[in-house]
Write a protein of this length. Structure first.
Length: 302
């Protein structure tokens, strides 16, 4: 839907901006043998991995899948493992596709930029193609190549070779970045095509189903907000003796010290019976205690 496209575009733009700031303020190639590769790959891979995990964590479907309990629908499917596997694969692919937006954007922008790739693989370039440092040992050649990302450390006689190596590495990195973008775009397009081909719904029916699911979720969220507020209001009224926002409050209830202690502290979800829970300490108090105690009458004309 349009919301998904807009959300993915916003995630991609934020990732691009974050990558640029990240590169400007934090990236500084060590230009040392053995450290360049680790440093460059860490800046390439670790942020992408973190963004992938965050993408999974921020997707509600992930927690629906993790926290979902055995339902009537699942019991009906228990005899049809193929249908169950198809459903799980569909949900996992949907979650993964959303989660991959940020890390793929990070990798693509980073490769097109080229700085991380140049730092990582500079010491492995066959520099003898450029006629540079022909009479040095392999260890010394690696040490010289490791300094290529840092122009100020390169000897003047190797400046031209260094420029040619940097151009080659930047070319390789940018080609890899555009290939990654092309592969992702083609994969997404083919996935949508295959999903549409195997869908039991027609185009208009699919649009109606999308609209229904969206409206159902919106209405459910609104009902959840109103229901929980009304339910909480009953417990608050029992504790304080009036409903918040009431204009004509005749009296208020004065909670006792024991009651204040009963609703204070850390609260965990408490199971009352097989079907119900207490959501808070105030909720637990309201279900167990009678609303007796001291009341104070309010003078409406002070």
């Amino acid at each position: 839907g349009k919301e998904v496209v807009i959300a993915n575009a916003i995630i991609a733009i934020l990732t691009i901006g974050g990558q640029q700031l990240f590169s400007f303020f934090t990236f500084s190639c060590p230009c040392h043998v053995g450290q360049n590769l680790i440093y460059g790959l860490a800046f390439l891979g670790v942020p992408a991995l973190i963004l992938l995990i965050v993408g999974y964590a921020l997707n509600n479907q992930t927690w629906r899948l993790v926290m979902g309990k055995s339902s009537h629908f699942e019991r009906e499917m228990s005899s049809n493992w193929l249908l169950k596997c198809k459903l799980l694969c569909f949900v996992l692919c949907s979650i993964t596709g959303r989660a991959l937006v940020a890390p793929v954007t990070w990798l693509a922008v980073t490769l097109i930029n080229g700085s991380y790739y140049i730092c990582a693989v500079s010491e492995y370039i066959p520099v003898h193609y450029y006629g540079a440092a022909p009479n040095v040992t392999a260890a010394e050649r690696s040490r010289i190549l490791a300094t290529f990302p840092c122009g100020q450390l390169v000897p003047p006689e190797l400046a031209r070779a260094r420029d040619e190596v940097i151009l080659l590495l930047r070319y390789q990195s940018q080609v890899a970045g555009w290939l990654l973008i092309a592969v992702v775009v083609i994969t997404v397009f083919l996935s949508y095509c295959l999903a549409s081909c195997f869908s039991p719904l027609s185009f208009l029916h699919f649009r109606y189903w999308n609209s229904y699911v969206h409206n159902e979720q919106e209405l459910f969220d609104e009902a959840t907000e109103q229901h929980s507020r009304l339910y909480a209001m009953q417990n608050v009224r029992k504790f304080f003796g009036f409903v918040p926002g009431s204009e004509n409050v005749k009296e208020i209830r004065i909670p006792s010290l024991r009651e204040w202690q009963a609703i204070s502290g850390l609260a965990f979800l408490k199971r009352v019976d097989k079907e119900h829970y207490d959501y808070s300490l105030l909720h637990d108090w309201a279900l167990k205690e009678r609303a007796s105690g001291k009341y104070l009458r309010i003078d409406e004309d002070p």
